[in-house]
Design a protein around this ligand. Structure first.
Ligand SMILES: Nc1ncnc2c1ncn2[C@@H]1O[C@H](COP(=O)(O)OP(=O)(O)OP(=O)(O)O)[C@@H](O)[C@H]1O
Ligand SMILES: [Mg+2]
Length: 276
């Protein structure tokens, strides 16, 4: 497995890799969710590239950039074991040269949900992913369903900008009790970790009611809200039952629905979703 930091080394190594090339962008502190993306890429592509870059521009001023967890040696061991061919760990100075002022923005899809609560977040995500696509030149790129809005936004961006990249969205990997794996789970103390299963409990309650025939989205949102309300350590940030394509809130569900939510547990903000 090759470890590369500079852009010029990447540009030397990239053409030597057999295609198709599969790409997994990450912010590191890897868990089984990230590894599942690399394994899927390994299955579908001749070569796999993973990037590790904690992207400063997708963090708000009051967010956790400075204390975002990092463990490069451990990440590299996991990626090597997964059979990854090349890991790119660019520095912020490479991605954002001095005087940087160029941005990619996707409009409508970034307005609700995460976009409404994290101003500028998706501008940072789309900008960095566009730059990573330009540098890595993958044929396929792999993202997690856990970040459902991000996946929708990046699919839109790839289409709108004619990136010759197939954006593949992979299932959310969960702990046995249902908690979606996230690098940020490491912030939770034991009591908060227990409380954090409320996200999956709320989503499952909505899905059960839906499976029982309920199609009124207000009723389903209220169910998620009440499950979250029953957990003393949880503070709801939003609950949503939206059209999976447009992310607009639904009144009646006729085709599919994306149940999603953001919840604060102590100081940690967690998100999760179920796509029906
Ligand atoms: N539980 C999971 N299952 C599948 N994919 C995941 C999971 N968690 C994250 N991913 C995906 O891994 C990729 C890199 O995400 P990232 O490095 O931000 O990890 P993360 O766990 O989401 O961290 P954080 O919660 O701090 O944002 C994204 O495409 C994301 O959707
Ligand atoms: Mg993430």
């Amino acid at each position: 497995m090759k470890l590369i930091t500079t852009l010029s080394d990447l540009r030397t190594a990239r053409p030597l890799l057999p295609g198709p090339v599969g790409f997994v962008p990450t912010m590191g502190y890897l868990h089984a969710g990230h590894i599942s993306l690399a394994e899927r890429a390994k299955k579908e592509c001749a070569s796999v590239i993973v990037s590790i870059f904690v992207n400063p521009t997708q963090f708000g001023p009051a967010e956790d950039l400075a204390k975002y967890p990092r463990d490069l040696p451990r990440d590299l061991a996991l990626l090597k074991a997964a059979g990854v061919d090349l890991v790119w760990t660019p520095t912020p100075e490479v991605v954002y040269p001095p005087g940087y002022q160029t941005w990619i923005t996707v409009e409508g899809l970034t307005a609700p949900l995460e976009g409404a609560q994290r101003p500028g977040h998706f501008r940072g995500v789309t900008t960095v992913v566009a730059k990573l696509f330009n540098a890595v030149q993958p044929q396929k790129a792999y993202f997690g369903q856990k970040d459902a809005q991000q996946a929708a936004v990046l699919k839109r961006m790839a289409r709108d900008l004619n990136f010759p990249v197939d954006v593949v969205v992979c299932p959310t990997v969960r702990e046995p009790d249902g908690l979606a794996l996230s690098s940020r789970n490491v912030y939770l103390n034991a009591e908060e970790r227990q409380a954090a299963i409320v996200l999956y409990r709320a989503l499952s309650a909505a899905k059960n009611k839906y499976d029982g025939g309920e199609r009124n989205a207000d009723v389903l949102r209220a169910i998620m809200r009440s499950v979250i309300g029953s957990e003393p350590l949880a503070y709801e940030q939003y609950v949503s039952a939206a059209d999976p394509e447009t992310l607009c809130e639904l009144k009646e569900i006729d085709k599919g629905v994306l149940f999603s939510l953001a919840v604060r547990i102590g100081k940690t903000r967690l998100i999760d979703n179920l796509l029906i």
